[in-house]
Design a protein around this ligand. Structure first.
Ligand code: TYC
Length: 108
């Protein structure tokens, strides 16, 4: 914000505020969320976290248990296109294996 001094018609000093917009904006980031359900096997959820989210076995088990207990958990944070792709891959893999596992994205 900068303030330029101008005079109005009566000769009074008035301030004109100009807001400078940065030319580039940081891309928004999106959380990929895993949702709990009563049917998807725990092993399958761990397998998904290893396969698509590059988690260690320990991390994958922790995330899965957290989702199982609280209803939802974060798999990772990505740019929109990556997050959207991961959501599609998870839902597709779950469908092919006939599990109702659901995954969604949420703007950070
Ligand atoms: N609640 C499931 C069960 O008891 C396990 C599960 C965990 C399912 C996490 C989905 O995102 C999920 N078999």
């Amino acid at each position: 914000m900068s303030e330029d001094q101008k005079d109005d018609q009566a000769g009074n000093k008035i301030g004109v505020l100009t807001k400078t917009q940065p030319k580039t904006k940081k891309p928004s980031m999106y959380k990929v969320l895993m949702l709990n359900d009563d049917y998807t096997p725990m092993d399958f959820v761990v397998h998904i976290l290893l396969k698509y989210f590059q988690k260690s076995e320990d991390e994958a088990v922790q995330i899965m248990l957290n989702v199982h207990q609280t209803g939802v958990g974060i798999c990772g944070v990505y740019s929109f296109e990556i997050a959207e792709t991961k959501v599609m891959q998870v839902i597709d893999d779950a469908k092919r294996n006939e599990h109702p596992l659901q995954c969604t994205l949420e703007k950070e």
